[in-house]
Design a protein around this ligand. Structure first.
Ligand code: ADP
Ligand code: 5GP
Length: 195
């Protein structure tokens, strides 16, 4: 589960991570936010209307959901079940509230926080993306300032200064998560305990 202030480079990092590891599957969330240029429904998000979002929420189809920047964001329960059945490792892009909600349901999950080298750089990157008006930009920066207070509760912190180094660290965290004793032992125990 990966959290980062908007503009950090999380999407860039996750795309590179997913491209190099077919055992990973990205949890595609539902959102009422309009697509940004280049974003595709069913790949980046499932882009839905507020009415459809409310219907999914009320039907219990969302494992967690939040309202932020005036839009709804929610994790698909169905998507999680499919990935778990197929034995793939799920990667979630969540804000801090979503990460805590999901950690309660999946205590084995690894929580990763990604930050830029400093706040000025965050502002530069967010502005440089050029896809939001000044009000939304200010809201996202403010939200970033609030979210970084939660860093001490996360398992790993990656500083996205050099993209290649940050990606290498993210891959290392994925490897470490796969080597957790509880997870590895669950698949091996029978081999060691049978007569
Ligand atoms: P997020 O998903 O966290 O909001 P994006 O992946 O959209 O962020 O990245 C925000 C901007 O920062 C993009 O223009 C991206 O190309 C740029 N960026 C990402 N990582 C780096 C980096 N390590 N150094 C410089 N720019 C970066
Ligand atoms: P963006 O609009 O930049 O794609 O995402 C805004 C914020 O929503 C980011 O912090 C991202 O991590 C978060 N987010 C995306 N999908 C979900 C989701 O399904 N649930 C929650 N709680 N947050 C999400």
């Amino acid at each position: 589960m990966v959290t980062a202030p908007s503009g950090t480079g999380k999407t860039t990092l996750l795309k590179a991570l997913m491209a190099a590891d077919p055992r990973l599957r990205f949890s595609i969330s539902y959102t009422t936010r309009p697509p940004r240029p280049g974003e595709v429904s069913g790949k980046d998000y499932f882009f839905v209307s507020p009415g459809e979002f409310a219907r999914l929420r009320d039907a219990g189809a969302l494992a967690e959901w939040v309202e932020q920047f005036g839009y709804g964001y929610g994790t698909s329960r169905e998507w999680i079940n499919q990935a778990l059945e197929s034995g793939q490792d799920l990667v979630f892009d969540l804000d801090t509230r979503g990460a805590w909600a999901m950690k309660e349901s999946f205590p084995q999950a690894t929580l990763i926080f990604v930050i830029p080298p400093d706040f000025q750089e965050l502002e530069r990157r967010l502005k440089g993306r050029g896809d939001m008006d000044p009000r939304e930009l200010a809201r996202r920066l403010e939200q970033g300032r609030t979210e970084i207070k939660e860093i001490p509760w996360y398992d790993y912190l990656i500083v996205n200064q050099d993209l290649h180094l940050a990606l290498e660290q993210l891959r290392a965290v994925v490897t470490a998560s796969r080597c957790r004793a509880a997870r590895t032992w669950a698949g091996l125990e029978a081999l060691f305990t049978s007569d």
